[in-house]
Design a binder for this molecule. Structure first.
Ligand SMILES: [Zn+2]
Length: 480
């Protein structure tokens, strides 16, 4: 591997004493993999004494892990229009560093991806980057994301859109939402809805509650998300008789109430899916006040949020704009509900909502700073921190980053590891990480142009050693 460059076919890679996780096969255990000439030549699951011996030699789930390449269904790559924040090339490099071999870019670029010409520009940038990470594209629901007229949904679908969204904003009118769901139902593609009632969030700065009150920030009520989620689900239910293939996906849910709405809708058989972000399950609104303890450390044994002032939990300056995000970091009870929804399957996937910003857009007073947290490179580490704390299984974490999001997308993508698993004879598409080794989140360590994450300065578990995408090298750790 020593001489290999990103984009080159992996000639020979042999990994022994590893812990294999294959959510497609529903299997994990000690094993070995061999990649030759870009093809996953052998996947050997060890049994009996051999398995015991491998575990004794460090080949357990706390060591080197091999999993299918991860899939992120919600990222912002900022090109075209805001290349100071991110480019397709830097975004794909960040994806590879995070273990992702497929990412789906949201259409809220400048111009918005509301017609196939924008897709062509983005794809040309991906091809020019030389990255083997697969870039899938969401189309806009409305022209210019303006909420007035439907975009060219059919043309965008023909051009390969995997989903549709006005993300950054909700689809503003329920009439438009209804028409979009009807039309996309005929195309068999999901509508990714950013659920937010803007009437309730005008001028909002931080999650409504104790922390915002103490800090003097204008509250951002959970009800803005819950109400919008309920409304979108009701609109879906109403169109199903006419469009039985309509599918609604609620992205970056952050509140117990919205997740409960999804739980009930699923129980009623409605075709609703949702994703949650690493930051909404790992961080809380305390972080805005300067705490950096994990969300699961911020609740007491009864699941009630602890008082960070009483706990003297603060280790960072308050009002750090790296903590400003839409939807906002929530109270610890909501974060616990987000993690619970991931564990019980109400949340189908973890998506990062990777939202890079140029430093200038974050260097403002809290209420005026841009919303967004970079997530591609730290998602795996946050989930592994939850695994290490006993809050999540490794298998579920990997599932939520592979087969879960692949199911949300349905039939459209599916050539890569996330949908295929660790299958012999196919192009290798996998991530190799060391669950027992940490790495320091520093600006220099991040491939993304965006350095806006409150995890800066922190050690995260799960150093990604190698990402192989479609048989080609996508990322290799400098020390691997
Ligand atoms: Zn959004």
């Amino acid at each position: 591997m020593a001489e290999m460059r990103v984009g080159e076919t992996v000639k020979l890679l042999e990994i022994s004493r590893a812990w294999l996780v294959d959510p497609v096969a529903g299997r994990e255990g000690p094993g070995e993999v061999v990649v030759r000439d870009g093809i996953l030549e052998a996947v050997t699951w060890l049994e009996g004494d051999e398995a015991d011996a491998a575990r004794a030699e460090g080949g357990g789930p706390g060591g080197i892990v091999v999993a299918p390449g991860l899939l992120d269904i919600h990222v912002h790559l900022r090109e075209p229009g805001n290349e100071d924040a991110e480019t397709v090339a830097s975004g794909l490099a960040a994806a590879a560093h995070g273990g992702f071999t497929t990412v789906c870019a949201m259409p809220n670029t400048t111009p918005a991806a509301d017609e196939p010409g924008v897709f062509a520009r983005v794809r040309a940038a991906a091809a020019a980057s030389g990255s083997p990470v697969e870039l899938l594209l969401h189309g806009a629901v409305t022209v210019g994301r303006g909420g007035e007229r439907l975009a060219a949904l059919g043309e965008l679908a023909d051009a390969g859109a995997v989903g549709f969204s006005d993300d950054g904003s909700p689809v503003q009118s329920p009439v438009i939402l209804r028409n979009a769901l009807l039309y996309l139902g005929m195309l068999g593609l999901p509508l990714f809805e950013h659920v937010e009632d803007p009437a309730l969030t005008a001028g909002a700065e931080a999650n409504e509650g104790y922390v915002a009150s103490v800090l003097g920030l204008k509250g951002w009520p959970a009800a803005a998300e819950v109400a919008a989620a309920q409304r979108a689900i009701a609109v879906l239910a109403a169109v199903l008789p006419d469009a039985p293939a309509a599918r609604l996906h609620l992205t970056h849910l952050s509140t117990a109430g919205a997740l409960d709405a999804v739980r009930r809708a699923k129980a009623a058989g409605l075709p609703v899916t949702c994703d949650v972000t690493p930051h909404h399950l790992g961080f809380t609104d305390e972080w805005v006040a300067g705490s950096r303890r994990w969300a699961w450390e911020a609740v007491d044994d009864d699941g009630i949020a602890r008082d960070p002032w009483a706990d003297r939990a603060f280790v960072a300056h308050p009002y750090a704009t790296s903590c400003k995000v839409n939807p906002p970091l929530r109270a610890a009870e909501d974060a616990a509900a987000v993690l619970a929804a991931l564990v019980d399957g109400t949340a189908d996937a973890v998506a990062t909502d990777h939202a890079p910003h140029a430093q200038v857009d974050k260097e403002a007073e809290f209420g005026l700073a841009a919303n967004g947290i970079c997530g591609l490179e730290t998602a795996l580490g946050v989930l592994l921190a939850a695994v290490a704390a006993g809050r999540l299984t490794l298998a579920r974490a990997i599932e939520a980053l592979t087969t879960g999001p692949a199911r949300v997308l349905g039939g459209r993508p599916g050539r890569r590891g996330a949908a295929r698993g660790l299958v012999e004879g196919e192009p290798a598409d996998l991530v190799v990480f060391d669950a027992g080794e940490t790495w320091a989140v520093t600006p220099a360590a991040l491939a993304s142009r965006g350095k806006n994450t409150p995890l800066l300065g922190r050690e995260l578990p799960g150093r990604v050693l190698l990402t192989v995408a479609d048989g080609r090298l996508a990322h290799r750790d400098a020390e691997a």
